[in-house]
Design a protein around this ligand. Structure first.
Ligand code: C5P
Length: 292
C-alpha cells in the first residue's frame, strides 16, 4: 500500500514588510520566514476512489473543495496523470487563522508526500510552483528552513539558519482575517519598516540577540486599539519572562518570542499558558533535506 506520514511544520515571520499592492490584487511582500517545530502530522495514502480528507478535532467545510484536494489535483495535472484515489489524514496541532501558516503547511506536506510516492525526481521548484497555485505561503512551506520570501511569497532565497533557540508562541483568542488586514494596509501610513537587510546580516553572523533585535511586522501597525493592546501585552509578558525579542507572526494574532535559555522559555510558556490556552514551545526547523 502506498502511504507516507510527514511532519508539517508551521512558520513564523522574523520580518514582514509589505511593499505595495499589485495589479492582480495581491501585495508584493518582503519577509524573512522560519519553519518551527510546532506542526501538524499529515498521512497521505492511496486508497479507494476520489479524495477523502480526515481530520481529528476540526470540521471540514461541507461541499467545498479543500485546499488539500486542490493541491493534489494541481500535482497530477502538472504530471499529466490521472488523480488516484487518495486519503489524507491530518493530526492538527497548529491553531488555524493564527498567522502560523498551519493550513499552508498541511497543503505543503500533502505535496511533499505525493512527490515522495509518485514523482521522487520532481524538482523542489516544480513542487513550489504547484503550491503557489493553492496559496501564497505554500511555496515556503514546501521549502522549509530560513528564507527571504519576496513577490507574493514565492521567490525564495535561502538564508543561514536561525541560531539554536527556544521559541514561545502565544495566540490570543481573537481572529484577524488575512484579506481584511491586507485591505487595512492599503493607503495606511506604515511608518518605519522592518530592517530586512539587518535581519539577513544578523543571520549571516549567527547572532541571535541581533536577530531578536530586528524582528518586525508591518501588520502590527494596522491593528485596532483593542487588538494592538492585546498584542503589546503578550510582547511585554514575553520580555518580562526573558525573551530577547518578540513580534507578531504573519497576519496574526500569534505573537512569538525568541529565547536563548530553554529553561526561561519553558517558564514563559507556563506563565503565558495560564492566561492564553493556545501557548506553545517550539524550536527552529531546518530546510527539508528530502527535496535536495
Ligand atoms: O494566497 P492566499 O490565498 O493564501 O492569500 C489569501 C489572501 O491574502 C488573498 O486573497 C489576498 O487578499 C491576501 N494576500 C495578498 N498578497 C499576498 C498574499 C496574500 O494580498 N502576497
Amino acid at each position: 500500500m502506498k502511504t507516507i506520514t510527514l511532519e508539517a511544520p508551521a512558520k513564523i515571520n522574523l520580518t514582514l514588510d509589505i511593499l505595495g499592492r499589485r495589479a492582480d490584487g495581491y501585495h508584493d511582500l518582503r519577509m524573512v520566514m522560519q519553519s518551527v517545530s510546532l506542526g501538524d502530522t499529515v498521512t497521505v495514502t492511496e486508497s479507494g476512489d476520489g479524495f477523502a480528507l480526515l481530520a481529528e478535532g476540526i470540521t471540514l467545510p461541507a461541499g467545498k473543495t479543500t485546499l488539500e484536494q486542490r493541491a493534489a489535483e494541481s500535482f497530477f495535472r502538472y504530471l499529466d496523470r490521472p488523480v488516484p484515489g487518495l486519503e489524507v489524514r491530518l493530526a492538527k496541532r497548529v491553531p488555524a487563522y493564527a498567522g502560523l501558516g498551519g493550513g499552508s503547511a498541511d497543503v505543503a506536506a500533502v505535496l511533499r508526500g505525493l512527490r515522495a510516492l509518485y514523482a521522487p525526481e520532481l524538482p523542489r521548484r516544480a513542487l513550489e510552483e504547484i503550491g503557489l497555485s493553492v496559496g501564497s505561503d505554500v511555496p515556503f512551506c514546501v521549502h522549509g528552513g530560513t528564507c527571504l520570501a519576496e513577490g507574493r511569497g514565492e521567490h525564495l532565497t535561502d538564508l543561514p539558519p536561525l541560531p539554536d533557540c527556544a521559541i514561545v508562541l502565544c495566540k490570543p483568542d481573537f481572529g484577524l482575517p488575512t484579506p481584511e488586514l491586507f485591505a487595512r494596509v492599503d493607503g495606511a501610513e506604515l511608518g518605519a519598516r522592518p530592517d530586512t537587510a539587518a535581519m539577513e546580516a544578523a543571520l549571516v553572523r549567527g547572532d541571535l540577540p541581533a536577530v531578536a533585535g530586528c524582528l518586525g511586522n508591518v501588520f502590527e501597525r494596522v491593528l485596532t486599539e483593542e487588538e494592538g493592546a492585546e498584542i503589546r501585552c503578550i510582547r511585554a509578558a514575553l520580555a518580562r519572562c526573558g525573551a530577547l525579542g518578540a513580534a507578531m507572526s504573519g497576519s496574526g494574532p500569534t505573537v512569538f518570542g525568541l529565547f536563548d535559555d530553554p529553561a526561561r522559555a519553558h517558564r514563559a510558556a507556563e506563565a503565558l499558558g495560564q492566561k492564553y490556552r493556545q501557548t506553545y514551545l517550539a524550536a527552529p526547523v531546518k530546510k527539508f533535506r528530502e527535496l535536495e
